[in-house]
Write a protein that binds this ligand. Structure first.
Ligand code: PMP
Length: 381
């Protein structure tokens, strides 16, 4: 099989498993306990925190809190920041191509009287800086922009966005779920106040994530309890997940340059060859895109049928975001870049990872060409 859906789920790096497994068996302890096992657990967590901080050049290891995943980090970043800074204004802003775990907490805040402003993007998915400039005001408690979009791969001009948000004296949250470990992220250079990270997207386990909170940013919890993670995220720590995520962050930092260059080569060949298929188009930015990300749309066919047909050739690809495909709605991201509903349905996304090679490209392209031909022959569209 050829697996091309690393954005949906990634295999855990064997080194991650080696590092983290003992914390499920012999090295078990609650980090809040003062005896030896507790102290061992606590120090493993602090080491992992340091590794995650290093990956994004955070100024202080304590600026990282561990969460259950990117969804929770996004919820804390949007909801926790908005509620804690309510006195500066009841407004929040987010781009139209945010993940639903940013959009839905923002929508929920509207019930508490917040205004939710949406920042448009252009046809390639790049945030419209002029629009942003007009939308963000000193009353906007938090502005959320994705570092690089999971469906179209476009990388946003984060330093420029941060400049505009900071001009108003407000906070910028960036969802780096798909960008971290793929392109260099430096929260200090980029001007990021809050940053969402996912453990699995770094090559670590599922069910763990992190949120970077720049020292001095006013934040409040979304989950209340025993006061772990500086009181911002109560609940006994996921020791296995945290150690795994720390090791994944270390490996990502060390391997990123070489691996991203390798994957970008495969990506470019894949894009070049897929675009020779009749009425196939690239979605997202041709250059400013994630190194492991290739996304397309084919006219007059359905994404779900592409996924099923490719599966029969032994190839796993995505169509839209795995998180929203259950609803069968057209992707809000593809609509935001200006596609019509029927165009937004025919999408195919390939996100590459370690198991992928240049030799797989012709097989994927042949399967896609056959699939598209067969589906068009039977389509009512
Ligand atoms: N943000 C982005 C940009 C994502 O791509 C995803 C998942 N693919 C999430 C957030 C949510 O991640 P999780 O489901 O692991 O919480």
């Amino acid at each position: 099989r050829i697996y091309l859906d690393h954005a949906a789920a990634m295999p855990v790096d064997p080194r991650v498993l080696d590092a983290a497994l003992p914390y499920l068996t012999e090295k078990v302890g609650n980090p809040s306990s003062l005896y030896n096992e507790g102290l061992t657990a606590k120090s493993a967590i602090e080491e992992a925190r340091g590794r995650v901080a290093d990956l994004i050049n955070a100024e202080d290891t304590q600026s990282i809190i561990f969460t259950s995943g990117a969804t929770e980090s996004n919820n804390i970043a949007v909801r926790g920041t908005a509620l804690r800074n309510i006195r500066t204004g009841k407004k929040i802003a987010a781009s139209t191509i945010e993940h639903i775990s940013v959009i839905n907490p923002a929508k929920d805040l509207q019930k508490s009287g917040f205004a939710f402003d949406r920042i448009p993007v252009d046809a390639m998915g790049v945030v419209d800086l002029e629009a942003l400039n007009g939308i963000v005001t000193p009353e906007t408690a938090v502005t959320s922009v994705i570092y690089a979009n999971n469906e179209i791969g476009t990388v946003e001009p984060i330093p420029e966005i941060a400049g505009i948000v900071h001009d108003r004296g407000r906070y910028l949250h960036v969802d780096a779920t798909d960008a971290a470990g793929r392109i260099p992220i430096d929260v200090q250079r980029d001007g990021i106040d809050l940053l969402t990270l996912s453990g699995n997207q770094l090559g670590g386990p599922e069910g763990i994530g992190a949120l970077y909170i720049r020292p001095g940013v006013r934040e409040q919890p979304v989950i209340f309890g025993g006061g772990q993670e500086r009181g911002l995220r109560s609940g006994t720590e996921n020791l296995f997940g945290i150690v795994g995520m720390g090791e994944a962050a270390r490996i990502a930092g060390a391997d990123m340059q070489g691996e991203s260059r390798r994957l970008a080569g495969i990506r470019d060949r894949l894009i070049e060859r897929i675009l020779t298929i009749d009425e196939a188009y690239l979605t997202g930015h041709p250059v400013k895109r994630l190194p492991h990300h290739a996304s397309f749309r084919f006219s007059r066919i359905e994404g779900e049928s592409i996924q099923l047909a490719m599966d029969m050739y032994g190839i796993a690809v995505a169509t839209g975001s795995a998180c929203t495909s259950r609803t069968l709605e057209a992707s809000h991201v593809l609509l935001a870049i200006g596609l019509r509903h029927e165009e937004a349905h025919g999408s195919m996304i390939a996100t590459l990872g370690r198991s992928n090679t240049m030799e797989q490209v012709p097989m994927v392209v042949d399967a896609a060409r056959e699939t598209v031909k067969r589906l068009r022959a039977i389509t009512p569209l």
